[in-house]
Design a protein around this ligand. Structure first.
Ligand SMILES: Nc1ncnc2c1ncn2[C@@H]1O[C@H](COP(=O)(O)O)[C@@H](OP(=O)(O)O)[C@H]1O
Ligand SMILES: [Mg+2]
Length: 265
Protein backbone atom coordinates (compact mmCIF):
# COMPACT_ATOMS: atom_id res chain seq x y z
CA UNK A 1 0.00 0.00 0.00
CA UNK A 2 1.48 3.38 -1.04
CA UNK A 3 1.68 6.19 1.48
CA UNK A 4 -0.02 9.11 -0.26
CA UNK A 5 -1.54 12.39 0.87
CA UNK A 6 -4.94 10.80 0.17
CA UNK A 7 -4.16 7.98 2.60
CA UNK A 8 -3.05 10.49 5.24
CA UNK A 9 -6.18 12.60 4.63
CA UNK A 10 -8.35 9.52 5.14
CA UNK A 11 -6.57 8.58 8.37
CA UNK A 12 -6.88 12.19 9.63
CA UNK A 13 -10.61 12.20 8.89
CA UNK A 14 -11.07 8.90 10.75
CA UNK A 15 -9.11 10.20 13.75
CA UNK A 16 -11.25 13.35 13.68
CA UNK A 17 -14.43 11.31 13.80
CA UNK A 18 -13.14 9.22 16.70
CA UNK A 19 -12.07 12.39 18.50
CA UNK A 20 -15.55 13.80 18.14
CA UNK A 21 -17.04 10.70 19.78
CA UNK A 22 -14.46 10.91 22.58
CA UNK A 23 -15.35 14.54 23.27
CA UNK A 24 -19.04 13.65 23.63
CA UNK A 25 -18.05 11.37 26.51
CA UNK A 26 -15.51 13.88 27.88
CA UNK A 27 -18.18 16.53 28.21
CA UNK A 28 -20.49 14.24 30.23
CA UNK A 29 -19.97 11.83 33.12
CA UNK A 30 -16.98 9.51 32.56
CA UNK A 31 -17.64 5.98 33.85
CA UNK A 32 -14.37 4.08 34.33
CA UNK A 33 -14.10 0.32 33.93
CA UNK A 34 -10.92 -1.27 35.36
CA UNK A 35 -9.34 -3.65 32.86
CA UNK A 36 -7.68 -6.89 33.94
CA UNK A 37 -4.26 -5.16 33.89
CA UNK A 38 -5.61 -2.38 36.18
CA UNK A 39 -5.43 0.23 33.40
CA UNK A 40 -8.59 2.32 33.05
CA UNK A 41 -11.05 1.89 30.17
CA UNK A 42 -14.00 4.14 29.40
CA UNK A 43 -16.88 4.05 26.97
CA UNK A 44 -14.89 6.64 24.99
CA UNK A 45 -12.11 4.09 24.31
CA UNK A 46 -14.69 1.60 23.05
CA UNK A 47 -16.68 4.06 20.93
CA UNK A 48 -13.53 5.45 19.33
CA UNK A 49 -12.30 1.90 18.63
CA UNK A 50 -15.57 0.94 16.93
CA UNK A 51 -15.52 4.03 14.72
CA UNK A 52 -11.88 3.60 13.70
CA UNK A 53 -12.33 -0.11 12.97
CA UNK A 54 -15.48 0.42 10.87
CA UNK A 55 -13.97 3.30 8.88
CA UNK A 56 -10.62 1.57 8.28
CA UNK A 57 -12.36 -1.64 7.19
CA UNK A 58 -14.50 0.33 4.72
CA UNK A 59 -11.63 2.40 3.31
CA UNK A 60 -8.96 -0.35 3.28
CA UNK A 61 -10.72 -3.72 3.02
CA UNK A 62 -8.64 -6.73 3.99
CA UNK A 63 -5.92 -4.80 5.85
CA UNK A 64 -5.38 -6.22 9.35
CA UNK A 65 -6.13 -3.89 12.28
CA UNK A 66 -4.45 -4.40 15.65
CA UNK A 67 -5.96 -2.04 18.20
CA UNK A 68 -5.48 -1.77 21.95
CA UNK A 69 -9.17 -2.58 22.27
CA UNK A 70 -9.82 -5.08 19.44
CA UNK A 71 -8.15 -7.36 16.90
CA UNK A 72 -9.14 -8.41 13.39
CA UNK A 73 -9.67 -12.15 12.95
CA UNK A 74 -6.36 -13.96 12.41
CA UNK A 75 -5.18 -14.05 8.79
CA UNK A 76 -2.57 -16.34 7.29
CA UNK A 77 0.58 -14.37 6.46
CA UNK A 78 -0.68 -11.28 8.33
CA UNK A 79 2.65 -11.02 10.14
CA UNK A 80 4.38 -9.83 6.99
CA UNK A 81 1.66 -7.70 5.36
CA UNK A 82 1.12 -4.00 6.06
CA UNK A 83 -1.32 -3.50 8.95
CA UNK A 84 -2.90 -0.75 11.00
CA UNK A 85 -1.82 -0.30 14.62
CA UNK A 86 -4.33 1.73 16.63
CA UNK A 87 -4.65 3.21 20.09
CA UNK A 88 -8.15 4.70 20.01
CA UNK A 89 -7.60 6.66 23.23
CA UNK A 90 -4.06 6.98 24.53
CA UNK A 91 -3.73 8.67 27.90
CA UNK A 92 -6.91 7.32 29.43
CA UNK A 93 -5.71 8.44 32.88
CA UNK A 94 -5.39 12.00 31.56
CA UNK A 95 -8.83 11.71 29.98
CA UNK A 96 -10.31 10.68 33.33
CA UNK A 97 -8.43 13.54 35.04
CA UNK A 98 -9.74 15.90 32.31
CA UNK A 99 -6.46 17.62 31.58
CA UNK A 100 -6.80 17.39 27.79
CA UNK A 101 -3.61 15.34 27.24
CA UNK A 102 -5.06 12.35 25.43
CA UNK A 103 -4.86 11.31 21.80
CA UNK A 104 -6.30 9.17 19.03
CA UNK A 105 -3.51 7.21 17.32
CA UNK A 106 -3.58 5.45 13.95
CA UNK A 107 -0.43 4.09 12.29
CA UNK A 108 0.20 2.07 9.14
CA UNK A 109 3.05 -0.39 9.58
CA UNK A 110 5.06 -1.86 6.69
CA UNK A 111 8.00 -4.21 7.29
CA UNK A 112 8.12 -3.26 10.96
CA UNK A 113 8.32 0.49 10.27
CA UNK A 114 5.54 3.06 10.89
CA UNK A 115 5.11 4.60 7.41
CA UNK A 116 2.00 6.71 8.10
CA UNK A 117 0.86 8.09 11.43
CA UNK A 118 -1.88 10.33 12.75
CA UNK A 119 -2.09 11.64 16.33
CA UNK A 120 -5.14 13.71 17.19
CA UNK A 121 -5.64 15.52 20.50
CA UNK A 122 -9.34 16.40 20.35
CA UNK A 123 -9.48 18.45 23.56
CA UNK A 124 -6.62 20.59 22.22
CA UNK A 125 -8.07 20.68 18.66
CA UNK A 126 -4.60 19.69 17.44
CA UNK A 127 -3.77 17.13 14.77
CA UNK A 128 -0.29 15.82 14.04
CA UNK A 129 0.42 13.57 11.08
CA UNK A 130 3.29 12.34 8.99
CA UNK A 131 4.12 9.91 6.25
CA UNK A 132 7.23 8.38 4.71
CA UNK A 133 8.40 10.85 2.06
CA UNK A 134 5.60 13.30 2.90
CA UNK A 135 7.03 15.12 5.92
CA UNK A 136 5.23 15.77 9.18
CA UNK A 137 2.56 18.36 9.81
CA UNK A 138 0.48 19.96 12.53
CA UNK A 139 -2.99 21.41 12.06
CA UNK A 140 -4.49 23.48 14.86
CA UNK A 141 -6.34 26.76 15.35
CA UNK A 142 -3.37 28.57 13.80
CA UNK A 143 -3.62 26.59 10.53
CA UNK A 144 -1.32 24.02 8.95
CA UNK A 145 2.46 24.05 9.56
CA UNK A 146 5.33 21.67 8.85
CA UNK A 147 6.98 20.00 11.83
CA UNK A 148 10.72 19.97 12.40
CA UNK A 149 12.45 18.65 15.51
CA UNK A 150 15.15 20.94 16.91
CA UNK A 151 18.63 19.76 17.84
CA UNK A 152 19.75 20.66 21.36
CA UNK A 153 21.79 23.89 21.54
CA UNK A 154 24.49 23.31 24.22
CA UNK A 155 24.15 26.90 25.45
CA UNK A 156 20.60 26.15 26.63
CA UNK A 157 19.08 23.64 29.09
CA UNK A 158 18.05 20.30 27.60
CA UNK A 159 14.26 20.16 27.57
CA UNK A 160 13.25 16.66 28.74
CA UNK A 161 9.68 15.43 28.54
CA UNK A 162 8.18 12.43 30.32
CA UNK A 163 5.00 10.73 31.43
CA UNK A 164 2.62 12.62 33.68
CA UNK A 165 1.16 9.49 35.31
CA UNK A 166 3.74 6.71 34.89
CA UNK A 167 7.13 7.48 36.38
CA UNK A 168 10.17 5.25 36.68
CA UNK A 169 13.15 5.42 39.02
CA UNK A 170 15.41 4.84 36.02
CA UNK A 171 14.26 8.19 34.63
CA UNK A 172 15.61 10.02 37.70
CA UNK A 173 18.89 8.13 37.43
CA UNK A 174 19.12 9.07 33.74
CA UNK A 175 18.42 12.74 34.49
CA UNK A 176 21.17 12.73 37.12
CA UNK A 177 23.68 11.47 34.56
CA UNK A 178 23.05 14.40 32.17
CA UNK A 179 26.22 16.47 31.74
CA UNK A 180 24.16 19.64 31.20
CA UNK A 181 21.38 21.68 32.78
CA UNK A 182 17.93 20.35 32.04
CA UNK A 183 14.29 21.24 32.52
CA UNK A 184 11.69 18.49 32.91
CA UNK A 185 8.14 18.80 31.62
CA UNK A 186 5.45 16.17 32.19
CA UNK A 187 2.86 15.40 29.54
CA UNK A 188 0.34 12.61 29.05
CA UNK A 189 0.01 10.24 26.09
CA UNK A 190 1.76 10.19 22.71
CA UNK A 191 1.78 14.01 22.71
CA UNK A 192 5.33 13.78 24.08
CA UNK A 193 6.71 12.63 20.71
CA UNK A 194 4.77 15.41 18.97
CA UNK A 195 6.28 18.02 21.31
CA UNK A 196 9.70 16.90 20.12
CA UNK A 197 8.52 16.92 16.49
CA UNK A 198 7.47 20.57 16.88
CA UNK A 199 10.71 21.61 18.57
CA UNK A 200 9.16 22.18 22.02
CA UNK A 201 11.25 19.46 23.73
CA UNK A 202 14.53 17.68 23.00
CA UNK A 203 14.36 14.27 24.66
CA UNK A 204 11.74 11.77 25.78
CA UNK A 205 13.46 8.89 27.60
CA UNK A 206 10.97 6.14 28.47
CA UNK A 207 11.90 3.50 31.01
CA UNK A 208 8.33 2.55 31.94
CA UNK A 209 6.08 0.15 30.08
CA UNK A 210 4.48 1.02 26.77
CA UNK A 211 2.87 -1.12 24.09
CA UNK A 212 3.29 -0.98 20.33
CA UNK A 213 0.03 0.93 19.88
CA UNK A 214 1.12 3.66 22.33
CA UNK A 215 4.05 4.74 20.18
CA UNK A 216 3.63 3.73 16.49
CA UNK A 217 1.67 6.72 15.13
CA UNK A 218 3.64 9.37 17.00
CA UNK A 219 6.88 7.56 16.13
CA UNK A 220 5.97 8.07 12.47
CA UNK A 221 5.24 11.78 13.03
CA UNK A 222 8.61 12.24 14.74
CA UNK A 223 10.55 10.19 12.15
CA UNK A 224 9.27 12.47 9.42
CA UNK A 225 10.12 15.61 11.38
CA UNK A 226 13.82 14.76 11.66
CA UNK A 227 13.57 12.74 14.86
CA UNK A 228 14.10 9.15 15.90
CA UNK A 229 12.67 6.67 18.40
CA UNK A 230 15.40 4.25 19.43
CA UNK A 231 15.69 1.34 21.82
CA UNK A 232 18.56 1.80 24.27
CA UNK A 233 20.81 -0.26 21.94
CA UNK A 234 20.37 2.44 19.26
CA UNK A 235 18.06 0.41 17.02
CA UNK A 236 14.73 2.00 15.95
CA UNK A 237 11.66 0.57 17.69
CA UNK A 238 9.98 -1.95 15.40
CA UNK A 239 6.34 -3.00 15.14
CA UNK A 240 4.72 -6.26 14.18
CA UNK A 241 2.30 -8.94 15.28
CA UNK A 242 5.18 -11.38 15.53
CA UNK A 243 7.05 -9.09 17.95
CA UNK A 244 6.36 -8.65 21.69
CA UNK A 245 3.46 -6.25 22.20
CA UNK A 246 5.44 -4.42 24.90
CA UNK A 247 8.08 -2.00 23.57
CA UNK A 248 11.64 -1.92 24.76
CA UNK A 249 12.63 1.06 26.84
CA UNK A 250 13.42 3.85 24.39
CA UNK A 251 14.60 7.37 23.71
CA UNK A 252 12.85 9.81 21.35
CA UNK A 253 14.82 12.87 20.21
CA UNK A 254 16.24 14.73 17.21
CA UNK A 255 18.15 12.13 15.18
CA UNK A 256 21.42 14.05 15.60
CA UNK A 257 21.16 14.05 19.42
CA UNK A 258 20.62 10.29 19.72
CA UNK A 259 24.26 9.29 19.95
CA UNK A 260 25.20 11.36 23.00
CA UNK A 261 21.85 10.92 24.74
CA UNK A 262 22.12 7.14 24.44
CA UNK A 263 25.69 7.11 25.71
CA UNK A 264 25.62 9.18 28.89
CA UNK A 265 28.65 8.44 31.06
N1 LIG B 1 2.24 -0.49 33.90
C1 LIG B 1 1.92 -0.37 32.62
N2 LIG B 1 1.70 -1.46 31.85
C2 LIG B 1 1.40 -1.35 30.54
N3 LIG B 1 1.26 -0.17 29.90
C3 LIG B 1 1.45 0.93 30.62
C4 LIG B 1 1.79 0.91 31.99
N4 LIG B 1 1.93 2.16 32.41
C5 LIG B 1 1.66 2.96 31.32
N5 LIG B 1 1.39 2.22 30.26
C6 LIG B 1 1.06 2.67 28.92
O1 LIG B 1 1.35 4.08 28.85
C7 LIG B 1 0.27 4.72 28.22
C8 LIG B 1 0.14 6.13 28.74
O2 LIG B 1 1.30 6.83 28.42
P1 LIG B 1 1.84 7.99 29.33
O3 LIG B 1 2.22 7.40 30.65
O4 LIG B 1 3.04 8.43 28.54
O5 LIG B 1 0.78 9.03 29.40
C9 LIG B 1 -0.95 3.90 28.52
O6 LIG B 1 -1.82 4.01 27.41
P2 LIG B 1 -3.44 4.02 27.59
O7 LIG B 1 -3.80 5.28 28.28
O8 LIG B 1 -3.88 3.97 26.17
O9 LIG B 1 -3.76 2.77 28.36
C10 LIG B 1 -0.40 2.47 28.66
O10 LIG B 1 -0.51 1.74 27.47
MG1 LIG C 1 -2.13 3.93 25.07
Amino acid sequence: MNVTTELLDTLCAIAGEAGHAIMEVYEGDIAVIDKADQSPLTVADMRADAIIRARLEAAFPGIYILSEESRSPEQAGADHAPFFLVDPLDGTKEFVKRNGEFTVNIALIADGVPVAGVVYAPALSTLYYGGAGLGAWCRDAGGLRPLQAVRWDPSTPLQVIGSRSHGAEELNAWLQKLPCAHEFVAAGSSLKFCRIAEGAAHAYPRFGLTSQWDTAAAHCVLNNAGGAVLALDGQPLRYGMGLPILNSHFLACHAADANWLLNLP
